[in-house]
Structures are given as C-alpha cells and as structure tokens.
Design a protein around this ligand. Structure first.
Ligand SMILES: NC(=O)c1ccc[n+]([C@@H]2O[C@H](COP(=O)([O-])OP(=O)(O)OC[C@H]3O[C@@H](n4cnc5c(N)ncnc54)[C@H](O)[C@@H]3O)[C@@H](O)[C@H]2O)c1
Length: 286
C-alpha cells in the first residue's frame, strides 16, 4: 500500500502549480514553495483558474473544487516541507539553480524515507542527485504540461537511485495520482523530449527562414497529422524560455546539431516573449 500523503513542491510556475493540483485532487496534503511572495500569489491564482475551468466544464463539482483548494498551501518558507514524504522540484530549467535547490532540500528534509523528485525536462538526474547526501532517494519524474490533465510521467532512475525508491515512486504515480508511467533512461531529454525538441526546433527554423508562417505550419500539423496542437503553439505552451533552456542542455550534452536552439528562439527569449505564459510568443494570447 502506498502511504505517501504529504507532498512538498518547490517552484510554483506552470508545472509546480499543475503538479500541486494533481496531488491535491488525490486528497494529499500539498505545500508549494515559491521564491517570492508575488510568485506564491500568482501560483495560487493559476491553480484557481485551472479549477474554475474544470468546474465550468463540469469535470469537478463546487464542493470538490473547494476541497482541492483546501489541500494546497503556498508559502515562501522552505521549512514548510521539512516533514514531507515526497518532494518535487519544479523550478526553472537552469542547472545551477536546481543544484542549489537540491542541496537546500537535502539540508532540511527530515523524513528519513523522503523521496526527492525532479521535474527537469533535460538535465540528467544523477547530476542533481549528487547535490544531496542521499542520491539513492532521488528520481526524475517528468510530468507533461498541463500535469493536472496529461496522463504521462516519465520516471527516471539514475545509476544511484535505489530500486525501492523507484518502486515507491512508481506506485505513487500510478496508484495515488492515476498516472501512466514509462521508464525512461537517465539521459538528457529522456525519451519524449529527445524526439520532440528537434521537431519543435525544425518548425521554428521554418518560420525563421521564411519558408512558412506559424499559422500555416500549425494548421498543417493539426489538420494534416491530427496533432492536437501545432508545433509553434506547443512551443508557446511549453514556454519559449523553457524550450530554449532544454534545447541548450540537450545540445551541450549530446552535441548533435538538431538540438541547437535557432537564433530566432534565442532572440524571442531575449525580448521577453515567453509564449502563452506571458501573452506573446509565436502567437498572441491577449
Ligand atoms: N513547461 C513545460 O511544458 C514543462 C514540461 C515538463 C517539465 N518542465 C520542467 O519543469 C520545470 C519548471 O518549468 P515551468 O514550465 O513550470 O517553468 P516556469 O517558468 O513556469 O516556472 C518556474 C518557476 O520556478 C521558480 N523558481 C526559480 N528558482 C526558484 C527557487 N530557487 N525556489 C523556488 N522557486 C524558484 C520561478 O520563480 C518560476 O515561478 C523545469 O525544469 C521545466 O523544464 C516544463
């Protein structure tokens, strides 16, 4: 039986908030750690928007919505997660930042059996595990956006992950959260992003070269290939800043040109066009 009931989540952007919603929907006690007070407020608003959307679509009742909200606490105080049984790291895709978070969590996590999980899209888990004194208790849990909706989690054990940690994490994800798990290798990009990122970058290169517009490419892939989203709309949904960071890691790790972020992507990030999360990317969201 899975006995994990208390969840800590570091980072309350798109993914941290969505993972919090998934866990709260399973009636778990969830504490979300934001870097700043303003992020905590924004994270709570994102959670409420998502739940109100689900309520409008009659996917949850008003009572369930209120109960889910009650299960999640947002704070900037890292010590709120000291006694948690499972801690998800979901901060920005920047390796030094994640190292610092793993080291800080390692210092304060007091539950001897705690599992520490990273939602990284591209950084090998072993490198994050080594920032702690308990690498055997670290796994990668790569959720997909939005995590409260999409069923897949890539579960990644590093060379140092204990078999019991992996099994417990798998039982939690499938049994408690009702997710579908695939076992992914501890290699930059795991399985899905190793395939997906070159496709998204190819679409960006097509826009960059003037070969086709974002509208034309997206319409082609949605209507011609039955993809739910075209690649430019998907890039906007992921966040262009996150996509550029992921592509950079993959390119540095794997040294293959297909992962090199195109100049247009880097310029858009430089200009602060991050996609749907702040209103403008390849498409507009106002
Ligand atoms: N966006 C996606 O589609 C997607 C999908 C799967 C995995 N991921 C991964 O999930 C992670 C988070 O991505 P996101 O899309 O939520 O990004 P995001 O930009 O929406 O949120 C990242 C959050 O981390 C916060 N943060 C940064 N440093 C922090 C710290 N030291 N302590 C607490 N919070 C901190 C930022 O303030 C921000 O709110 C990344 O590793 C990303 O690669 C993203």
């Amino acid at each position: 039986m899975n006995t994990i009931r208390s969840i800590g989540i570091i980072g309350c952007g798109l993914m941290g908030t969505g993972i919090a919603e998934s866990c709260a929907r399973a009636s778990l006690d969830v504490r979300v750690i934001a870097r700043r007070e303003t992020s905590a407020v924004a994270g709570k608003e994102r959670l409420l928007r998502s739940l109100d959307h689900a309520l409008r679509k009659a996917r949850i009742t008003q009572l369930e919505r209120d109960q889910i909200v009650e299960h999640v606490a947002f704070t900037t105080d890292l010590t709120a997660i000291t006694d948690c049984q499972l801690i998800f790291e979901a901060v920005s895709e920047h390796e030094p930042t994640k190292h610092n978070v793993f080291a800080a969590v390692d210092k304060i996590a007091a539950n001897p059996g705690v599992i520490i999980a990273s939602n990284t899209s591209s950084i090998p888990i072993v490198r994050l595990a080594k920032a702690t004194s308990r690498a055997d208790q670290v796994v990668g849990t790569h959720f997909f956006n939005p995590p409260q909706v999409l069923p897949l989690v890539e579960l990644v054990g590093s060379e140092l992950t204990a078999a019991s940690t992996y099994e417990q994490a798998e039982a939690f994800l499938t049994g408690t959260l009702g997710k579908q798990v695939i076992k992914a290798p501890d290699r930059a990009g795991f399985v899905v992003n190793a395939l997906l990122i070159p496709y998204l970058l190819s679409a960006i290169k097509m826009v960059e070269s003037g070969f086709a517009s974002a509208e034309v490419i997206d319409t082609g892939m949605v209507l011609g290939c039955s993809y739910p989203l075209g690649p430019l709309r998907l890039a906007d949904l992921i966040g262009l800043d996150t996509l550029a960071a992921v592509a950079n890691t993959l390119h540095q790790e794997l040294k293959e040109p297909q992962y090199e972020p195109p100049p247009l992507l880097l310029q858009m990030v430089e200009a602060g066009l991050f996609g749907k999360k702040n209103g403008r990317g390849f498409h507009s969201y106002t």
